[in-house]
Design a protein around this ligand. Structure first.
Ligand code: BGC
Length: 776
């Protein structure tokens, strides 16, 4: 691990450091691999060519415990004789700004790089070129680069470093480097996909700032990435400044919600017409970009580059309602924008952190839309690495705070539960038992921490986020919703114990299985005694309380479950079919209604257009999921600019219900070896199609509905089977094998029946029901 020897002002962002070395290659090399990682984010070049199109490598992990490295095949770039390697390292997550306190240098204050080139020769021997103090360090045209703040580039400095990563360059004026200590046990290969630019968007409109006349481009889509300037035409020493924002206010960029994240890039001209320029080591959340210093810039001069972890898309949904299609598309865009190596809360303001609760809510949707299994596998390894000795979880993973920092709680319900829910959902959706095996002690450790912190009763003293952002909560107190945070915590404790019990069975931990099953029984009982009155009604009469009770099966018997469903439907109707739930109730409410026979109420809630509702933002022109139901008020004001984002996936978790209930496709067994096909049309929908690419191949369900007839075409992939329950009069549930199947019959929705799932599956009776009827 090497670092430059120069001194730096640690209080401000720095020009990225350019490290270079030259070496002579033996003549008989058959394979050349470059392994690299950095304290900061890096790009690597070999003989003047980029070694990959990955951005923001090595990504963000629990740096104090895990530092990922990448492997680049550079065989085609190697030449006989003299070669050169150049690696540029920017501040990145390692020592750039992180969090809302405008602080930097969380992990360290020196940029550093570790690289090893392995040249395999014809006789199998390996020749190694590695970072050592013979490498030289310099700086180039990037004068400053920070993830939150943006990047500044001075094209006048290009000439000085032209050819710097080739063997023709003279680095006589460059500085020496020195070795830094590194614990090699931290090193681990990257398993998730790299961040890449995956799409380019052209502006859809061009306006001008009323105050300054600067050009403002609208890309028609809130996205995450950066702008490319195609041949920026600026004089020598003149600077083009690009600012980015998600919304406009009075025709100007509304930057208040960004808080201290400046999201500003600068390009200073050298007099020559530059080729395309784009910042390298930063990313912004924006729909609008304002360009000053380039008055004639036209739509043809710019493009927005969409950047995120380059996961394979595996899930699609569409239906006859264009508003629902846009809602679905918004969730897809919010996932793209918030899976930039780490699954984050939001991608624009001074946060962009791996908030556990947000992912806990969105994981089932994420696992349907994109193949995020390896990314989550890596993130869960970080989560386990960040876990406290007593099993508690920090609010955010990775956790940049110093080791002695303590969060208000390390067992916040619905947030810390990501330790249990995310591996479980990932297992159910992708079928990798190995992941459960790897995570089991982290899952059980978190549950143990909850049990210890709560004691035999539920502990009201523990800090909780509660049903965060319930619309009834005051804007400045998002945890102050209608649902008692202790009720939420108790419900999650039971849910967590149920999952760990099921996971223990799957990974063969028989003793743990019995122990955690006993805890689940105990806390169900405690929860009921505390939150259900003698007459069977809820002490806390909120929609979230009922949704949790139904989905987490807290109530004991079918009649109590049915009664809770009736009350939930009443509460939803009394609220005018508007949303009355927050981060934790919202992902469950449609399932709770559907499971208890109130499908039309679920549809009425989903199709509501007045605020708060899922479709209100869509009608306001949203192109991503918002943090608050009313991030933009009906009069077009930005609601509470101190905490509002226009790109927060958590409340988009309803798309998972859309896939499973409208589309009718759920896994009936881990990894879709068997699936449940049960479309439940409602509202005024006349058709829907859902497709999912599983490890076995594509499953699809396409249905259409006329006044009286329901028709469907199904595709079931090889080596799988489906339990099929169709809304057709007289339909008997059948199990179908692979192939194409079509059915047509008289439309009739019958009350849901427990579905006969194949025997021999891992599930206990209760889990089979929850698997087929609730959010899994
Ligand atoms: C984040 C959330 C997060 C919450 C926790 C916010 O600032 O953006 O999405 O879960 O804090 O309270």
């Amino acid at each position: 691990l090497i670092t430059p020897t120069w001194d730096e002002d640690l209080a401000v962002p720095h020009p990225p450091v350019m490290f270079r070395c030259e070496f002579d290659a033996p003549g008989d090399v058959v394979c050349a691999r470059l392994y690299a990682t950095a304290h900061g984010t890096y790009t690597a070049e070999f003989n003047g060519a980029a070694v990959s199109d990955a951005l923001l490598a090595p990504g963000w992990s629990a740096y104090r415990k895990r530092l990922r490295f990448q492997t680049h095949d550079v065989t085609p770039l190697l030449v006989a004789g003299r070669n050169a390697i150049g690696i540029t390292v920017a501040d990145g997550w390692y020592r750039g700004y992180l969090g809302w306190d405008h602080k930097r240098n969380f992990y360290g204050d020196r940029s550093a790089v570790l690289a090893q080139l392995e040249l395999t020769r014809a006789d199998g021997s390996i020749h190694i070129v590695a970072t050592d103090p013979s490498w030289r360090a310099g700086r180039g045209p990037i004068r400053e680069s920070d993830l939150y703040m943006g990047e500044s580039y001075d094209a006048r400095l290009e000439a000085e470093v032209a050819g710097w990563s080739t063997a023709r360059f003279d680095d006589g004026g460059w500085e020496p480097t020195s070795e830094m200590p590194l614990n090699r046990e931290l090193l681990t290969g990257q398993v998730g996909p790299p961040v890449r630019c995956t799409e380019e968007l052209a502006p859809v409109a061009r306006t001008a700032s009323p105050a300054t006349g600067a050009v403002i481009f609208d890309f028609g889509q809130n996205l995450v990435g950066k702008l490319r300037l195609k041949q920026p035409k600026v004089g020598v020493g003149e600077t083009v400044t690009i600012r980015h924002a998600e919304v406009l206010s009075g025709g100007e960029l509304c930057v208040e919600p960004l808080r201290t994240a400046l999201q500003t890039d600068r390009f200073t001209g050298s007099g020559d017409v530059a080729e395309a320029w784009e910042p390298i080591f930063t990313s912004h959340g924006f729909r609008y970009a304002e360009i000053s210093g380039w008055p004639g810039a036209t739509a043809e001069d710019v493009a927005a580059l969409v950047c995120h972890s380059d996961m394979t898309r595996i899930g699609w949904f569409s239906c006859s309602d264009p508003l629902l299609n846009r809602l679905h598309e918004n969730a897809v865009w919010s996932m793209r924008g918030n899976f930039v190596d780490v699954p984050t809360d939001c991608p624009q303001r001074d946060e962009r952190l791996g908030w556990t609760g947000d992912l806990q809510a969105f994981a089932p949707s994420a696992a349907f839309l994109y193949d995020c299994a390896s990314l989550l596998d890596s993130w869960l390894a970080d989560l386990a690495a960040e876990q406290d000795d007593d099993g508690g979880i920090p609010f955010v993973v990775p956790n940049p705070m110093p080791p002695d920092y303590r969060f208000a709680s390390n067992v916040p319900a619905g947030w810390g539960d990501a330790a249990i829910v995310v591996p479980w959902v990932t297992y159910l959706r992708f079928g990798d038992v190995g992941l459960l095996e790897r995570q089991f002690s982290s899952m059980a450790g978190y549950l143990d921490a909850c049990i210890t912190n709560h004691g035999p009763d539920l502990n009201p003293e523990l800090f909780q986020f509660g049903d965060w952002l319930d619309p009834a909560a005051p804007p400045d107190k998002p945890s102050d919703g209608q649902t008692d945070p202790l009720l939420v915590a108790g419900a999650y404790l039971v849910h967590a114990a149920d999952i760990v019990t099921a996971a223990a069975e799957i990974v063969g931990r028989v003793g743990d299985q019995g122990r955690y099953a006993a805890h689940a029984t105990h806390y169900r009982d405690v929860w009921r005694r505390r939150f259900i009155g003698d007459d069977g009604t809820f002490v806390n009469d909120s929609a979230t309380a009922h949704a949790l009770a139904i989905c987490f099966q807290l109530l004991g018997d079918d009649e109590a479950q049915a009664a809770a469903g009736r009350r939930l439907a009443e509460l939803i109707a009394a609220a005018g079919h508007r949303i009355s739930t927050g981060f934790l109730g919202t992902p469950l409410v449609c399932d709770a209604l559907t499971t208890t026979g109130h499908l039309e109420t679920a549809y009425a809630l989903l199709l509501q257009r007045e605020c708060p509702s899922w479709l209100y933002p869509v009608l306001q022109g949203a192109t991503t999921i918002w943090e608050r139901w009313d991030s933009l008020t009906p009069s077009g004001e930005v609601n509470d600019p101190k905490m509002t984002s226009f790109n927060h996936y958590a409340l988009g978790a309803v798309v998972d219900w859309m896939h499973r209930t409208i589309g009718g496709l759920s896994p009936a067994d881990a990894g879709y070896r068997t699936h449940l096909i049960r479309p439940l049309p409602g509202g005024d929908l006349t058709s829907a199609t859902v497709r999912h690419l599983t490890a076995y191949g594509e499953i699809s369900v396409a249905w259409r509905l006329s006044d009286t007839e329901f028709g469907t075409d199904l595709t079931i992939p090889p080596a799988t089977s489906a339990v099929v329950d169709l809304p057709i009069a007289g339909w008997q549930i059948v199990e179908l094998g692979s192939g194409q199947h079509s059915f047509l019959g008289e439309f009739e929705i019958r009350p849901l029946r427990p579905t006969a799932l194949p025997t021999g599956a891992f599930w206990s009776a209760a889990e089979r029901v929850s698997l087929s009827q609730t959010r899994f």
